[in-house]
Design a protein around this ligand. Structure first.
Ligand SMILES: Nc1ncnc2c1ncn2[C@@H]1O[C@H](COP(=O)(O)OP(=O)(O)OP(=O)(O)O)[C@@H](O)[C@H]1O
Ligand SMILES: [Mg+2]
Length: 264
């Protein structure tokens, strides 16, 4: 079958499921992303009525592609981890130290599926803790469905491109999220940067596949790295406290004030 015929088959099969393909401009992306495994996962999500429109590509990252989609007229983000080109080795370290996933072994495919599930679980924990993150909707194999953060099919800008009036206030919001993530969701993001925060009226944390539970041996180092990244970025725009001070506050290891008489 020629390329062209493959694409036509792809469109026919997807459309046979009742899915509308909104953007004919995804030909190149299709070759890379929609292998048989991914198509099967997509079929399943559509069959379960979790997805009714597959829209255009939003982003091509190191490990994943993100597409716009819809479910019952509501925007969803479809994040597809590429089975062939994902960074297999880097993923292993984040999985192995995390008790939830430490038993994951074996094939590249298996690892990517575990990774997808891990991002879903991380989003769910963060969302349950009340942190602004995309709402996790479903996952199947290497596909994660989550609430779409944006308007008219356009995602909110990343923090680095956002129009921000009060940097100090945004910085404090983000520190508050990191603290809540640590203390309530018991997670460290582990890839926090001006790329993985979207901004519209307030910041939103995204891209949580690599986030780890606090019992991960490298959780403390990941937290330091996240704070360093944040301070590196924000120190251009506002005053930032010393990183050790922030970490003590987040982890609750600062020296407590002696209790007042009558307390406790
Ligand atoms: N829930 C969402 N709503 C709207 N846009 C999103 C959403 N999730 C991701 N995006 C868009 O896709 C881009 C990439 O997403 P994300 O950071 O999760 O993946 P990535 O960086 O490609 O992942 P990786 O580095 O693991 O390959 C974001 O910057 C944003 O523009
Ligand atoms: Mg990212």
């Amino acid at each position: 079958m020629s390329r062209e015929e493959e694409h036509e088959r792809f469109d026919r099969e997807i459309e046979a499921m009742g899915v509308r393909i909104k953007d004919a401009n995804t030909v190149k992306v299709r070759d890379d992303v929609f292998d048989e495994v991914t198509l099967m996962a997509l079929y399943k999500l559509v069959h379960k009525k979790l997805l009714s429109v597959i829209g255009g590509p939003i982003s091509t990252g190191k490990e994943a592609n993100v597409f716009y989609g819809e479910r019952d007229g509501q925007g969803v983000a479809i994040k597809i981890y590429r089975i062939q080109t994902a960074n297999f080795k880097a993923m292993t370290e984040y999985l192995a130290g995390d008790r939830r996933f430490s038993s994951v072994r074996g094939t590249r495919k298996g690892l990517i599926f575990a990774w997808t599930k891990k991002e879903y679980s991380n989003l769910a924990r963060a969302h349950d803790a009340g942190i602004p993150v995309p709402e996790p909707l479903a996952f199947d194999r290497n596909i994660l469905l989550m609430g779409f953060l944006g308007r008219d099919e356009v995602p909110y800008p990343q923090l680095r491109n956002a129009d921000i009036e009060d940097y100090g206030a945004v910085y404090r919001d983000i520190l508050g999220y990191i603290q809540r993530l640590y203390q309530e969701a018991r997670l460290v993001h582990a890839d926090l940067s001006e790329y993985n925060i979207l901004y519209h009226e307030k910041p939103y944390l995204i891209d949580m596949g690599q986030a780890v539970t606090l019992d991960h041996p490298r959780a403390p180092a990941f937290l330091v790295r996240d704070i360093k990244n944040l301070n590196r970025y924000f120190s251009r725009y506002c005053d930032v406290p010393d990183e050790q001070e922030i970490i003590s506050a987040i982890t609750g290891t600062e020296r407590r004030q002696p209790a007042q008489p009558g307390e406790g």
